[in-house]
Design a protein around this ligand. Structure first.
Ligand code: FSX
Ligand code: SF4
Length: 376
C-alpha cells in the first residue's frame, strides 16, 4: 500500500508533484504540523533562513485572490505562517497599519503607517513579492490611473520588484491583465497590464515597461486556487526553487498539458453526447458554454473549497479563467466553444457534419473538436 504506516518516504517528497488528495493523505498520515515542520527544518538547515518575508501588493482587481488565499487548507494561512516561518510583512487587506492618517492624526512610524512600513521593507529587500491585480500603465505611460498613498501602483511595483528575491503574480489580473484589461474603451485609456505578460504577449508586461527583467511565476485564476499559490510559495521558501513553468509562466504541475475537461465529473455525459441545453439538467455543459475543453488547470483533480467541489461539478460551465486571453478569449461565457470566434475561429458543428455525416454530436464530433481546439 502506497501510504501504509511507516512506508512513506517523507524526506524525498516533492510537494509540488502531489495532487490535492495525495497531499491530504500525506498531511493526515504525518500530521499537518509535523509535515510542515519537516520542511521548516529544511529551511533552517539548508537555507539558514530565519524567516521569509512576503510583500503582497494590490492593484486593479477585486481582492478575490486574497479571499481565496485565506480559504486555503493544508496548509492554511496560520499553518503556513507559523510552520513555514512566513512573515506576511505587508498585505494591504490584512495589515493593521493604516495610511498616513490614523483617526485623523498624522502618524509617522512603520507600526502605524503602511506607507512607511512598505518603504522600510523595500529598502531592506530580500522578500518574496506577490502582486495581485493588474497594473495600469495609462494615461500615457504614467500609471496614474491607480494611485495608492500618492504613488502610482506602477511605480510601487517597480520599486518592490527591484529588491525582491522572487516575484509571484497572484491571479489572472497580475498574470495577464485579466478582467481589468478586457477589451473596452476604458482599457484603451487605462492600459492595464500584467506583470510579465499582457494577454498572451510577453513583450507587454509592465516589468519590461519599467526596465526590469526578473522572472515571474504566474498563478492565474480568477481567483487563483489557494493551493496553487501556497504550494508555489512553499516551494520557493523551502529552497526547492521555482517550479517548471509553461510558455505562459504558469507552474506546469498545476496548469498541465491536459485540460479540465479530461477529468470532469460530467465527462461521461459528453462522451455519449448528452449535452444540456438548460441549466440544472445534470449532464454535460458543453452547449451551455463550458470552456474546460480549452482550459489548462488541475481543478477537476484538486477540487476547490477544501476538496468539496469545482465549477462544472457544481453545474457552472467553466469560463476559462486561468487562460492568458481571459476574459476576451472565452467570452461570451455561455455560448458553446465552436460559436466563440476568438477561441477557435471555426464552427466545429459544420466541420463535424461534413466529417462525420449525421453523427454531429457524440464521439465523431468529439474527435473533430479535439483536432480543431487550440489554446488561448
Ligand atoms: Fe483578478 Fe484577484 Fe479575479 Fe479578483 O485579485 S484574478 S479580478 S478574482 O481578485 O486579481
Ligand atoms: Fe467537458 Fe465541460 Fe462537459 Fe465537463 S461539463 S464534460 S468539462 S464540456
Amino acid at each position: 500500500m502506497l501510504f501504509g504506516e511507516g512506508e512513506m518516504k517523507f524526506e524525498n517528497l516533492d510537494i509540488l508533484k502531489l495532487d490535492r488528495r495525495t497531499f491530504l493523505k500525506v498531511a493526515a498520515a504525518m500530521g499537518a504540523s509535523a509535515f510542515l515542520g519537516t520542511y521548516k527544518a529544511d529551511i533552517v538547515n539548508a537555507l539558514a533562513l530565519a524567516e521569509t518575508k512576503i510583500v503582497w501588493l494590490h492593484g486593479a482587481e477585486c481582492t478575490g485572490c486574497t479571499e481565496s488565499f485565506l480559504n486555503a487548507a493544508y496548509p492554511d494561512v496560520v499553518q503556513a505562517i507559523t510552520k513555514l516561518n512566513v512573515n506576511v510583512a505587508y498585505h494591504e487587506t490584512l495589515l493593521a497599519q493604516q495610511g498616513i492618517f490614523v483617526d485623523g492624526r498624522l502618524v509617522n512610524t512603520a507600526e502605524l503607517n503602511s506607507e512607511i512600513l512598505l518603504e522600510e521593507l523595500v529598502a531592506e529587500g530580500g522578500y518574496v513579492l506577490v502582486v495581485e491585480g493588474a497594473i495600469p500603465n495609462g494615461p500615457d505611460g504614467t500609471g496614474n490611473y491607480c494611485m495608492i498613498g500618492g504613488h502610482s501602483f506602477k511605480e510601487m511595483v517597480r520599486k518592490a520588484a527591484e529588491k525582491a528575491e522572487a516575484i509571484v503574480a497572484m491571479g489572472t489580473c497580475s498574470s495577464y491583465g485579466g478582467v481589468p484589461a478586457a477589451n473596452s474603451a476604458i482599457q484603451a485609456i487605462t492600459d492595464n497590464r500584467g506583470l510579465a505578460f499582457t494577454g498572451t504577449d510577453s513583450t507587454k508586461g509592465i516589468l519590461r515597461e519599467v526596465g526590469i527583467d526578473e522572472a515571474v511565476v504566474n498563478i492565474p485564476g480568477c481567483p487563483a486556487h489557494p493551493d496553487w499559490v501556497m504550494l508555489t510559495l512553499a516551494s520557493i521558501i523551502l529552497g526547492k526553487g521555482v517550479p517548471d513553468l509553461d510558455r505562459y509562466g504558469r507552474p506546469a504541475v498545476f496548469y498541465p498539458d491536459h485540460t479540465i475537461h479530461e477529468n470532469c465529473p460530467r465527462r461521461g455525459f459528453y462522451d455519449i453526447g448528452q449535452l444540456d441545453t438548460e441549466f440544472a439538467e445534470g449532464h454535460c455543459l458543453w452547449k451551455l458554454g463550458c470552456k474546460a475543453p480549452v482550459t489548462h488547470a488541475d481543478c477537476a483533480i484538486r477540487l476547490w473549497n477544501n476538496t468539496l467541489n469545482m465549477c462544472t461539478q457544481a453545474g457552472s460551465p467553466c469560463i476559462g479563467c486561468v487562460q492568458p486571453g481571459f476574459p476576451d478569449s472565452t467570452t461570451p461565457f455561455y455560448v458553446e466553444i465552436e460559436k466563440v470566434p476568438t477561441l477557435v475561429g471555426v464552427d466545429i458543428n459544420t466541420i463535424a457534419k461534413v466529417a462525420v455525416g449525421a453523427a454531429a454530436i457524440g464521439v465523431g464530433a468529439h474527435a473533430v473538436r479535439r483536432i480543431a481546439m487550440k489554446e488561448e
